[in-house]
Ligand binder design. Structure first.
Ligand SMILES: C[S@@+](CC[C@H](N)C(=O)[O-])C[C@H]1O[C@@H](n2cnc3c(N)ncnc32)[C@H](O)[C@@H]1O
Length: 239
């Protein structure tokens, strides 16, 4: 498989979405950023840097932060090239309005990656090494948890049980809402059966799970986020 395969990017991509993308994907308002916000996994996104500037107590978590700073910088740079090549390979699967075209898309990701690189050097305390489905945080430590382009995106290698365990963990560390975007896999396919099964397990465990439309669509048909809230009273057997 080539890394430009439109259906499969290969290894988990360390992408660098911008604050503007997060704002649109998660329908963020000023009040959403008034408290403690977790980006999981954050990759090289500049959300944390930008949200902190706006006054949020923002934390980013990702396993990739275990890599030494110089190597991480090199990786982040090469990953934006890999991401652009993957996107261009499947160009007709995307709605380009938000970015204008592939050049605008690439420029936004590059600017975001550079902001991330500066911010992790200046504020390493905001960036925590951790992996789903077990995060190094206390119960209810965050008011809002955002999860972009990991769950559902990599459904080719992460099954329904993993999604359930990961979402239970995101709910554990959150006292407000967990928002997840998108609900498509990386090839742009809807995951109806797996999504329904996972949401069923969460609802039976006592969580509230709602799918809401958002005013952002890049992958065609990818204009919905999952919003979870509530405490789980039980963890039903999965499968
Ligand atoms: C496509 S990036 C998304 C980054 C960012 N949220 C964005 O939208 O630009 C996926 C990220 O998932 C991270 N990742 C891989 N395995 C993980 C795991 N088990 N738990 C949490 N994050 C993981 C990768 O390191 C990578 O940074």
């Amino acid at each position: 498989m080539s890394f430009t395969d439109a259906d499969n990017v290969g290894e988990f991509l360390v992408s660098a979405r911008s604050f503007a993308e997060y704002e649109a994907m998660f329908s963020l308002s000023a009040s959403d950023l008034a408290g403690r916000v977790l980006d999981c996994p954050a990759g090289a996104a500049s959300f944390t840097a930008h949200a902190a500037r706006l006054g949020a107590l923002a934390t980013a978590v990702d396993p990739v932060y275990a890599i030494a700073p110089r190597e991480l910088r090199r990786l982040v740079v090469s990953e934006q090239d890999r991401g652009s090549a993957h996107t261009i390979a499947g160009s007709d699967r995307y709605v380009w309005d938000f970015y204008g075209d592939s050049v605008g898309h690439r420029a936004m990701r590059w600017a975001s990656a550079l902001t991330f690189v500066d911010d992790i050097a200046a504020h390493p305390d905001r960036y925590v090494v951790g992996s789903l489905p077990a995060l190094p945080f206390d119960d209810g430590q965050f008011d809002l948890v955002l999860s972009s382009h990991f769950l559902f995106t990599y459904a080719d290698r992460l099954d329904g049980r993993f999604h359930h365990r990961a979402l239970v963990e995101l709910l554990r560390v959150c006292s407000g809402e967990v928002r997840v975007f998108p609900l498509l896999d990386q090839g742009g396919h809807a995951l109806g059966q797996m999504t329904e099964e996972v949401l069923g397990w969460l609802r039976r465990g006592g969580a509230t799970a709602e799918v809401r439309p958002v005013a952002y669509e890049f992958q065609r048909g990818g204009n919905q986020m999952l919003v979870l809230s509530g405490s789980l009273t039980s963890t039903p057997q999965t499968g």
